[in-house]
Ligand binder design. Structure first.
Ligand code: UT7
Length: 320
């Protein structure tokens, strides 16, 4: 019998504090009107000073494990997709493992920026299919606002913090149908945080720099490409997809992608207006919202697509 991996639990967590466009207007030369019309973002969540990425991940993970009706100790693989780890090392996954009271199995981070969750899901799927794991906890978690220059209106209005998690388990029924991952390092400079820790100091710029227009065009191109790649691989048409769950960076990127795919926006989960761009957390946050609001139902087909720094991009097509 073929072994599949299937999502059996989802959860998410957003920090309590929100920052509206109107509040941002007071500190940087921008306007609610500009942010809304150019990005669709109205508000974003900002982590409390004491809250780290592993704290956000912990709350989301705990909800996903409860939703899956498992005990924490049933988890034998933890993968955290993050660009904003608590520490240089150990990994955020190891810190999360300790918070969950789990002391067995493998735990590691994946760094693929906004495509991180799709990468992590793909790796967990392979671990389960190969028999190396039974119940994987896959988390996308970010305190991304730590990487912002709050005086740079080109970037600071776009991002937010949050975490989303799923439990992916061994199954006899199809869950994940396919994953496709891509990367091309020649685009590294298009979106990056070039700084690093060196000899006890931060060397270089430790905040987000990007060519917004180039990122926009690249994102629309590869999100539709990778969607069609997933459909072709599974001999499916776009009509057979119940929900598109794209990375949430900009409503115009999402709408342009749906338009290219000839998919009505009523079949797209959109959270960017409330969350901003939460990098690796954006797709699992949207997935959890879709499930919690009763839109995504068991047995439905979901297409997850992401794009981010690296550049990286990819898809996961799955039966929920
Ligand atoms: O996960 C991937 C992360 N990155 C992204 O997703 C970014 C993708 N790119 C985008 O979302 C869009 O390109 C932006 C939202 C960044 C910009 O939208 P746009 O429609 O491409 O704007 P634009 O480049 O046509 O316009 C930029 C203008 C500039 O002014 P000038 O030079 O035309 O006078 C900027 O200085 O808008 C100005 N601008 C702002 N004005 C008010 C840039 N940021 C702001 C701001 N408020 N926050």
């Amino acid at each position: 019998m073929t072994t599949f991996s299937k999502i059996i639990g989802v959860g998410s967590y957003l920090p309590e504090t929100t920052l509206s466009n109107a509040e941002l207007e007071k500190s940087v030369d921008t306007s609610d009107e500009w942010i809304r019309t150019r990005t669709g973002i109205e508000s974003r969540h900002i982590h409390a000073p004491h809250e780290t990425t592993s704290d956000l991940a912990f709350h989301a993970a705990q909800k996903a494990i409860q939703h899956a009706q498992l005990a924490n100790t049933d988890i034998d693989l933890i993968i955290v997709a993050t660009t904003t780890p608590d520490m240089v090392f150990p990994s955020t996954a190891c810190l999360l493992q300790q918070k969950l009271g789990i002391h067995h199995g493998a735990a590691f981070d994946i760094q693929a920026v906004c495509t991180g969750f799709v990468y992590a899901l793909s790796v967990a799927d392979l671990f389960i299919k190969s028999g190396q794991a039974t119940n994987a906890l896959v988390v996308g978690a970010e305190t991304f606002t730590n990487l912002l220059n709050w005086q740079d209106r080109n970037t600071c209005v776009l991002f937010g913090d949050g975490a989303g998690a799923v439990v992916l388990s061994k199954s006899n029924d199809p869950g994940i149908l396919s994953t496709h991952l891509h990367a091309d390092g020649k685009y590294a400079d298009m979106l990056c945080v070039p700084g690093h820790v060196m000899n006890g100091e931060t060397s270089g710029n430790p905040t987000v720099t990007m060519d917004g227009g180039a990122v926009f065009k690249f994102a629309v191109k590869v999100l539709s490409q990778v969607s069609l790649e997933a459909l072709t691989h599974n001999a499916m048409t776009i009509d057979q997809v119940d929900w598109l769950i794209p990375h949430q960076a900009n409503i115009r990127i999402i709408e342009a992608t749906a338009d290219k795919l000839k998919l009505p926006m009523s079949k797209v989960i959109v959270t960017v207006q409330k969350h901003g761009n939460t990098s690796a957390a954006s797709i699992p946050l949207a997935l959890d919202e879709g499930v919690r609001t009763g839109r995504i139902k068991p047995g439905q087909t979901c297409l997850l697509v992401g794009v981010g720094g690296g550049f990286t991009w990819g898809s996961a097509l799955l039966k929920f």
